[in-house]
Design a protein around this ligand. Structure first.
Ligand SMILES: Cc1cc2nc3c(=O)[nH]c(=O)nc-3n(C[C@H](O)[C@H](O)[C@H](O)COP(=O)(O)OP(=O)(O)OC[C@H]3O[C@@H](n4cnc5c(N)ncnc54)[C@H](O)[C@@H]3O)c2cc1C
Length: 278
């Protein structure tokens, strides 16, 4: 039997300082050796701008690598999304990750698109099949969802609007992912849903992110990471064991690939990749 084609991809955020730009270049050089299917670049997260996303994407393309900018509804109008799409097409970009985004605190302008499904529909209406569109999926459900059932139907809306595949929020419980995939199949959604993987570099950071995005750190994992205190070497070593096992289980179970949230650091993702024999 032939092995199913799996996609392994890597995510960066646009650096905000000249030093960050240099660091990302070095990380990218290392990660490019892994030959990921594409590098995606976030937009808006942590105050990053569309210009920052484009500049990072253009650098990636300039190195002959595939890049997928994230694009979000926050503060967007039809007009500026149209402009951005045309800019991306001009650079030969064929892949987007379309999101609602989160409003930075203190901002009230949600833009002309309320939900990612509306953005996906607009991109399809404006550009036909030019772009492969990824959307976000939440195996542990989006923190603002009224109910799991509602969130699932809202996820389906994005696929019905024309998304081709999805990348999940990170999680540490593989069962959440499998039940989500099964629930999608029951709703007739059969696009690839690629698990998002968060390497564990620091407990404090992970706890902060997880609180904000609704990803659960299971009690056993939290307690164990807490017990290492400031011992970052042990946190990283233990985190690598836990995340390697999670990835291996997901691949063994038939996940269609893995998407690594690198936070612009190369080392942990490289080790995971090597341990998994990707
Ligand atoms: C792979 C990935 C990449 C990401 N990249 C970025 C990034 O680059 N920049 C950034 O700012 N953020 C990013 N995020 C975070 C994301 O923007 C947030 O999680 C955001 O809160 C939701 O975005 P979404 O696209 O999933 O929204 P949506 O799919 O629009 O869903 C948002 C919420 O609204 C509900 N909903 C959807 N449609 C409807 C409807 N019609 N009626 C009622 N309720 C509805 C959903 O159930 C959900 O609770 C990323 C997340 C993931 C998983």
């Amino acid at each position: 039997m032939t092995e199913p084609q799996r996609l392994f991809s890597i995510e960066f955020f646009p650096p905000r300082t000249p030093e960050g730009v240099l660091k990302l270049r070095a990380a990218r050089r290392q990660l490019a050796q892994l030959s990921p299917a594409f590098f995606s670049v976030t937009f808006g997260a942590g105050g990053s701008t569309r210009e920052g996303t484009l500049a990072t994407v253009v650098e990636i393309l300039g190195e002959g690598l595939a890049a997928a900018p994230h694009i979000s509804c926050v503060s967007s109008t039809r007009e500026n999304i149209r402009e951005v799409l045309s800019q991306y097409r001009g650079h030969g970009i064929r892949h987007l990750v379309a999101l609602r985004g989160d409003l930075p605190s203190g901002t009230v302008d949600a833009g002309e698109f309320r939900y990612a499904s509306e953005l996906v529909a607009f991109i399809r209406q404006e550009t036909g099949d030019w772009f492969h569109i990824d959307v976000a999926a939440y195996p542990e459900y989006h923190p603002q969802a009224r109910s799991p059932g509602d969130d699932l139907l809202n996820f389906k809306r994005k696929i019905d609007a024309g998304a081709n595949s999805a990348i999940t929020q990170y999680f540490f419980n593989a069962d959440a992912y499998w039940q989500f995939v099964e629930a999608c199949e029951e709703e007739g959604v059969s696009v690839p849903i690629v698990p998002g993987i968060m390497p564990i570099a620091s407990y404090a950071k992970l706890a902060r992110f997880s609180d904000a995005c609704g990803a659960e750190i299971p009690r056993w994992l939290r307690r164990k990471l807490e017990s290492y205190g400031d011992d970052s070497v042990s946190i990283r070593a233990f985190g690598l064991d836990v995340v390697t096992r999670l990835c291996a289980d997901l691949l063994e179970g038939g996940a269609p690939g893995l998407h690594f949230y690198t936070l612009n650091q190369a080392a942990l993702t490289t080790t995971l990749w090597q341990r998994l024999g990707i």
